[in-house]
Design a protein around this ligand. Structure first.
Ligand SMILES: Cc1ncc(COP(=O)(O)O)c(C=O)c1O
Length: 418
C-alpha cells in the first residue's frame, strides 16, 4: 500500500498541468481510455486542424501550390524540432518513419568487413535486424554490451568494449518498445565523445515524454517519430544529424535530387545541411502536423510532461504489482511510461480483446520484439499499457482494477478446472 501512496503523492506534486483543458482539446479522450501512447498518441485538436487545413488547401489549390503557400509553416517543422532537441534547424531531417530515418543514417556509414557495431541488449528490434543485415552483407561484427544487475546497459562495461573494439558505430535505444527501461544514453554518449566514436541514438519512445538535448546526450545521430509521445501524425519521423557528421561528409547511400545537386553529368554535390538525408517528396500535411505537435508539446511544457507521464505509469505499476497472477516486468534504475506485465491464465489475443472490449487501448509485445529482454524475463508475451499526461489518475485506477478483474477471472477458470 505504501508503494501506491508514494506514487499517488508524486502524481499530485506533478499536477501543474490543466489536465481537463488538455483533455478537452483531445477528441479521442471522449471515446476511449487511451493507454497506447507508446504505439501512437492521441492527436490534439491543433494538430488535426493543421493537417486537415492543408489537405483542404491542396484539394482547392493544388499540392505544389499549397506547399509553396505554406512554406513558412513547413519551415517550422525544423525550427520547432530543433528547439525541442537543443540544436539548429539545419541539423534536422524529416523522414517517413523512425525506422526510415534510422536506415538512412546507417546507410551513410561506410561499413567494411570486420568493423564493429557496439549496441545494447535493449536496442529496438528493427535496429537489431538492420545490424544483422549489415553483418550478412558487409561482414560487420555485432557486440552487445552486458546489462547492469539493476537492468539496462552496464555503462563501464560498455566503455571497456569501446576501448577494446573501437567500434565503427555505437548504438543505443533511449526507451525500448518492450519495457519501461530508460537507458543511460547520456552516460554512454560521454564515453563516445571521449573516444571520438560515432554514436546513434534511437529516441523514438522518449521524444515527447522527456526533455531531450542532443548536446547533453553527445550523439552524432538521433532518430525519432512524431506519432507516439509527441502526439503527431502517423507516417512521420525525423533524424538529427550533428555538425561533426555533416562536416565529415556522411551522406545516405541513396541520396536524391533534394539531398544533392547534380553538378555535371558525372558528379553530384551533397547539400550542406541535414536535408542531405531527406527525400524530395514530402507529405506536407503530415509535416505540418508534426510541426504543430512539436509546438504543442513545447507549449504544454516538456518538464511538466516528464514529471506527470512517468508518474502516472508508476501509479499503474504500483496498483498492478500486488495483483495475484500479474507479473510487472519493467526493470531499471529509471522507468518511463511504458508499463509491461505478464498475466497467468490468458493467451495474448484473447487477453488484448478482453481489454479492448472494456474501451481500453493497449498493445501486445512478443518475445520476437525483444529476444534478449524477454529471454531474461522468461516471458513469451506481455501487455503494454502506456499512459500520457492527458490521462487521469481515475483512468489509471480504473485500468488497474480492470486488469485485476481479468486476472481474477483467469484464476477462477483455473480453479474451476476449465
Ligand atoms: C524504440 C523504438 N524505436 C523505433 C521504432 C520504430 O518507429 P517507426 O515505427 O516510426 O519506424 C519504435 C516503434 O515502436 C520504437 O518503439
Amino acid at each position: 500500500m505504501r508503494n501506491k501512496d508514494s506514487a499517488t503523492e508524486s502524481v499530485r506534486e506533478a499536477l501543474q498541468l490543466d489536465v481537463a483543458a488538455l483533455r478537452a482539446e483531445t477528441p479521442g479522450c471522449r471515446q476511449v481510455i487511451h493507454f497506447n501512447n507508446a504505439g501512437c498518441g492521441l492527436l490534439p485538436a491543433p494538430v488535426l486542424t493543421a493537417m486537415t487545413g492543408h489537405l483542404n488547401l491542396e484539394a482547392r489549390t493544388g499540392g505544389y501550390e499549397a506547399a509553396a503557400a505554406r512554406a513558412a509553416e513547413v519551415r517550422e517543422f525544423y525550427t520547432e524540432l530543433a528547439a525541442l532537441l537543443g540544436t539548429t534547424p539545419d541539423n534536422i531531417a524529416f523522414a517517413g518513419s523512425a525506422t526510415h530515418a534510422y536506415a538512412t543514417a546507417l546507410s551513410s556509414i561506410p561499413f567494411e568487413p570486420g568493423d564493429t557495431i557496439l549496441t545494447t541488449r535493449d536496442d529496438f528490434i528493427s535496429n537489431q535486424i538492420a545490424f544483422l543485415s549489415l553483418r550478412k552483407r558487409f561482414g560487420v561484427r555485432i557486440v552487445h554490451a552486458p546489462d547492469a544487475p539493476e537492468g539496462g546497459a552496464d555503462v563501464p562495461a560498455m566503455a571497456a568494449l569501446m576501448r577494446t573494439h573501437r567500434p565503427r558505430l555505437v548504438s543505443a535505444t533511449h526507451v525500448p518498445t518492450n519495457s519501461g527501461l530508460v537507458s543511460p544514453v547520456a552516460e554512454i554518449g560521454r564515453h563516445c565523445r571521449e573516444l571520438d566514436l560515432l554514436y546513434l541514438v534511437d529516441a523514438c519512445q522518449s521524444v515527447g515524454q522527456y526533455p531531450l538535448d542532443v548536446r547533453e546526450i553527445g550523439c552524432d545521430l538521433l532518430t525519432g517519430t512524431c506519432r507516439k509521445f509527441l502526439r503527431g501524425p502517423r507516417g512521420s519521423g525525423f533524424l538529427y544529424v550533428s555538425d561533426r557528421v555533416l562536416r565529415a561528409g556522411y551522406e545516405p547511400l541513396f541520396i536524391d535530387m533534394h539531398g544533392a545537386r547534380w553538378t555535371e553529368p558525372g558528379a553530384y554535390r551533397p547539400v550542406a545541411t541535414a536535408a542531405r538525408f531527406e527525400e524530395w517528396e514530402f507529405p506536407y500535411a503530415t509535416v505540418l502536423g508534426c510541426a504543430a505537435a512539436t509546438r504543442y508539446a513545447r507549449d504544454v511544457g516538456m518538464e511538466a510532461i516528464a514529471r506527470r507521464t512517468p508518474a502516472l505509469a508508476a501509479r499503474l505499476r504500483a496498483a498492478l504489482e500486488p495483483v495475484p497472477g500479474v507479473r510487472v516486468l519493467d526493470r531499471g534504475p529509471q522507468l518511463a511510461a511504458l508499463v509491461t506485465f505478464a498475466i497467468d491464465g490468458w493467451e495474448p489475443q484473447p487477453f488484448k480483446a478482453a481489454v479492448d472490449a472494456l474501451g481500453i487501448n493497449s498493445a501486445l509485445s512478443y518475445r520476437e520484439f525483444a529476444q534478449f529482454d524477454f529471454g531474461d524475463k522468461d516471458v513469451d508475451w506481455c501487455l503494454r499499457l502506456s499512459p500520457h499526461y492527458y490521462n487521469t489518475e481515475e483512468e489509471v485506477d480504473h485500468v488497474a482494477e480492470a486488469v485485476a478483474d481479468l486476472a481474477r477471472r483467469a484464476g477462477g477458470r483455473r480453479r474451476g478446472g476449465r
